[in-house]
Design a protein around this ligand. Structure first.
Ligand code: C5P
Length: 245
C-alpha cells in the first residue's frame, strides 16, 4: 500500500505518514514485548489479528457514537487513521483484579470489582509508564478538567459496550488500555477528543467465561504457551476471517 515517510517505530506498530494530509498509516508487527521491553519475542500472525480486531472494535464503537481515529483498513497489516496529538496518558480500565493491580495491592487475581476502575499512567517508556492520579494530570496540565471528564465518560461507555460484546462470544473483559488524541480543526486551535491507538489482545485481558483460560498477551508475558492459538480463537469468535488478502 502506498504510504509516506516512517514517523515512528514502536514495540508492536510502525507509523507512516499517509498519502492524504492529516492521515497516518498504522502497520501492525508480530513483535511482542512485555515488562517494558525487558522480554521480547514474536507471536506469528499477531499483526494481522490485531489490525483486524482493532478495525472491528473501532467500527463498532463509532456505531455507538464514540469518535475514533480509524478511517479504513488498507491491508492485512495496515490501517489508515487520522493524525492526532496523543494525550500522554494510558487510560486503564479494570473490571476484575489482575496484573499490576493484583501485585501492587497484594490481591488475588480474579476478584470482581464493585464498579469499573479507571486508572491513569503517564505515557513514558523510560519511566515504565508510572501510575498517576487525576490530580497529577490536572496539576501537570497533561489534560484539563473538561478533557478528563470526557475521557471518563467515553471510557465508561466503551467499557460497557465492549464487556457486552465479549460476553456475547463467551469471553470476560477483565481490563484494557486506551489512548486518546486531540483532533485539531483547520484553525489549529479548536479540537475534539477522539479514541486513538488500537484495541487488541495485546492491550486487554480476555478470559474464557467457561474455563477462565487466558486469551490475551498474558500467555506470552507469563510463558503459558499457546499465544498464537489464543489470538486466533479471539478473532474466530469475533467472526474475523484470517484469510490473507
Ligand atoms: O499490567 P497491567 O495490569 O497494569 O495492565 C492493565 C491492562 O492494560 C492490561 O490489559 C494490559 O494489557 C494493558 N496495558 C497496555 N499497555 C501498557 C500497560 C498496560 O496495553 N503499557
Amino acid at each position: 500500500m502506498p504510504k509516506g515517510e516512517k514517523l515512528y517505530e514502536g514495540k508492536a506498530k510502525v507509523l507512516y505518514k499517509g498519502t492524504e494530509p492529516g492521515t497516518i498509516v498504522q502497520y501492525f508487527k508480530d513483535d511482542a514485548t512485555a515488562f517494558n521491553a525487558q522480554k521480547k519475542g514474536t507471536i506469528a500472525g499477531k499483526g494481522i489479528i490485531n489490525n483486524k480486531v482493532t478495525e472491528l472494535v473501532m467500527h463498532n464503537l463509532e456505531r455507538i457514537g464514540i469518535p475514533t481515529h480509524f478511517i479504513e483498513r488498507l491491508s492485512d497489516r495496515e490501517q489508515l487513521v487520522r493524525e492526532v496529538e496523543i494525550v500522554p496518558l494510558e487510560v486503564i480500565v479494570r473490571n476484575v483484579v489482575a496484573g499490576t493491580m493484583a501485585k501492587r495491592l497484594g490481591m488475588e487475581e480474579g476478584i470482581r470489582l464493585e464498579r469499573p476502575l479507571v486508572e491513569f499512567s503517564l505515557k513514558d517508556d523510560a519511566l515504565g509508564d508510572p501510575l498517576i492520579a487525576e490530580e497529577h494530570i490536572l496539576s501537570l496540565d497533561l489534560a484539563d478538567e473538561d478533557e478528563l471528564s470526557e475521557i471518563f465518560d467515553m471510557t465508561h461507555q466503551i467499557n460497557d459496550f465492549l464487556r457486552g460484546m465479549f460476553a456475547g462470544i463467551g469471553i470476560e473483559l477483565i481490563d484494557f488500555k486506551l489512548e486518546f488524541g486531540r483532533l485539531y480543526e483547520e484553525d489549529e486551535v479548536s479540537y475534539s477528543l477522539i479514541l486513538a491507538d488500537e484495541f487488541s489482545p495485546d492491550n486487554c485481558r480476555l478470559w474464557d467465561l467457561k474455563t477462565g483460560e487466558k486469551m490475551d498477551k498474558d500467555r506470552f508475558r507469563r510463558d503459558l504457551g499457546g499465544e498464537v492459538e489464543a489470538y486466533q480463537e479471539v478473532a474466530r469468535r469475533l467472526g474475523i476471517s484470517l484469510e490473507t488478502e
